[in-house]
Design a protein around this ligand. Structure first.
Ligand code: SF4
Length: 117
């Protein structure tokens, strides 16, 4: 079967066609660089997404601090990751770049503060 994708690895947004048999990728066409090939294969076999969110702060200037994942997490785990994040809280002060939740659900991605509070 074939699937059409728009590569999001850079602003060019190449239209990529992936042919796969349900288990593995057979061919990738339409990409103009290797990053597109890698993106397409990951998107078919194990789609991932960067996670942008907020984490509760106790005793801070604001009730929450913006945060993001240090690397993309499996799309299938986004909902469970958000449950962990929504249940978490950290104590002020929080500094930009601080790891708020290490290795969330064993994904290897840390949830990191993107601002101070
Ligand atoms: S295939 Fe390469 S050039 Fe095209 S959008 Fe993806 S990263 Fe950019």
């Amino acid at each position: 079967m074939k699937k059409e994708l728009t590569c999001v690895a850079c602003p060019l947004g190449c239209q990529i066609t992936v042919e796969y048999n349900g288990e593995e990728v057979i061919s990738v066409t339409g990409n103009t660089c290797k990053r597109g090939d890698a993106y397409a294969r990951t998107e078919i076999v194990n789609p991932t997404r960067s996670l942008t969110t907020t984490v509760k702060v106790d005793g801070g200037v604001h009730p929450v601090v913006p945060a993001k994942s240090s690397k993309p997490v499996p799309k299938s785990m986004m909902f469970d990751c958000m449950k962990v994040i929504n249940a978490a809280s950290v104590t002020a002060p929080v500094t930009i770049g601080q790891v708020l939740i290490p290795d969330i659900l064993g994904t290897g991605a840390d949830i990191v503060a993107t601002n101070n509070d």
